[in-house]
Design a protein around this ligand. Structure first.
Ligand SMILES: [Zn+2]
Length: 303
């Protein structure tokens, strides 16, 4: 049951995290390939409205919070998450937390039962820097349950959910929700984020292949062959002018040596990302990473 709650929490939290302004973007990889923007520039204001254009954000907040708190309470104080067979509301669950942990300035810190040193490296998925980065288990020894901010978030979301006005969820409400992911019973945001990116990359790649195949059919074999013959590599390697260049690769859709490689993902054998100049097939870096990873797994299994 708690595993399901944790998944549900993570699913909602990841959707909400994607709606945060770019400088607070949650990044599950410990070392992001690109330098992260300074999270304090411009200075984050927890008062800013959260993603006014995102439909249904109040419902997602509510669902994430209810599941996250139920998982935490059920894990810390088993049985207290429900009454007469029904799981308590988010507000009531906050009261349970408050009943067990003394709040200071409206914040309850639930101490970790397993200190960071005992946690395996796979679990240490926290990002760096941003105050909005969710899990901070390796650094901290407690989960921050910001009772007053979360309660305020519940009230802000109720207004919109019951047709009594605008939602008014603010950044600080989302940040308080994401902070729950640091609890031992949750901590699945990183995994969920990866699944989501992976699924999106797979869908995008399939769509790009389908578009390219359609395009190929439209221009016909003769025209495709003519183009392939005249392809010039805009990213050709040159030791001085373009030391990061690559040779053309063969395209998986049209089969011509016309795929311009912008970069490589190396997990086992390198897989290039870029675009084919004959059929327009585009492989993104995420799709290349999936492919490289899948190839690598296949080669390990066939050994
Ligand atoms: Zn092609």
């Amino acid at each position: 049951m708690n595993e399901q709650r944790a998944r549900e929490f993570a699913r909602c939290a990841v959707v909400l995290a994607a709606g945060l302004p770019k400088q607070f973007h949650y990044d599950p990889t410990p070392a992001a390939p690109e330098p992260r923007l300074n999270p304090f520039d411009p200075a984050p204001s927890g008062d800013d409205l959260f993603a006014p254009a995102m439909a249904g954000r109040e419902g997602i907040f509510d669902q994430g919070l209810s599941n996250g708190l139920a998982a935490i309470v059920a894990s810390e104080w088993p049985g207290e998450e429900a009454s007469k067979g029904r799981v308590l509301s988010a507000s009531a669950l906050l009261k349970v937390v408050q009943g067990h942990v003394t709040a200071a300035d409206g914040v309850c810190l639930i101490p970790d039962r397993h200190p960071a040193a005992e946690i395996s490296p796979q679990e240490t998925t926290s990002g760096t820097g941003s105050i909005f980065n969710a899990p901070s288990r390796p650094m901290s020894r407690h989960t921050r349950v910001d009772i007053s901010t979360l309660q305020e978030g519940i009230e802000a979301s109720q207004l919109a959910r019951h047709g009594r006005g605008e939602g008014g969820l603010r950044l600080r409400h989302i940040a308080a929700l994401l902070a729950l992911d640091g609890h031992e019973s949750l901590g699945m945001m990183g995994e969920e984020q990866q699944d989501r990116l992976w699924g999106a990359a797979v869908r995008e790649d399939a769509a790009s292949r389908a578009r390219a195949a359609e395009y190929l059919e439209r221009i016909g074999d003769d025209e495709a062959a003519r183009r392939a013959e005249h392809v010039e590599n805009p990213n050709a390697y040159h030791p001085k002018r373009n030391p990061d260049g690559h040779d053309l690769d063969s395209c998986p859709v049209c089969g011509f040596e016309a795929f311009v490689v912008e970069g490589l993902v190396v997990i086992g054998d390198p897989v290039g990302y870029g675009q084919c100049l004959v059929c327009t097939y585009t492989r993104t870096s995420d799709a290349a990473e999936n492919e490289a990873f899948a190839d690598h797994c296949a080669s390990i299994m066939s050994e």
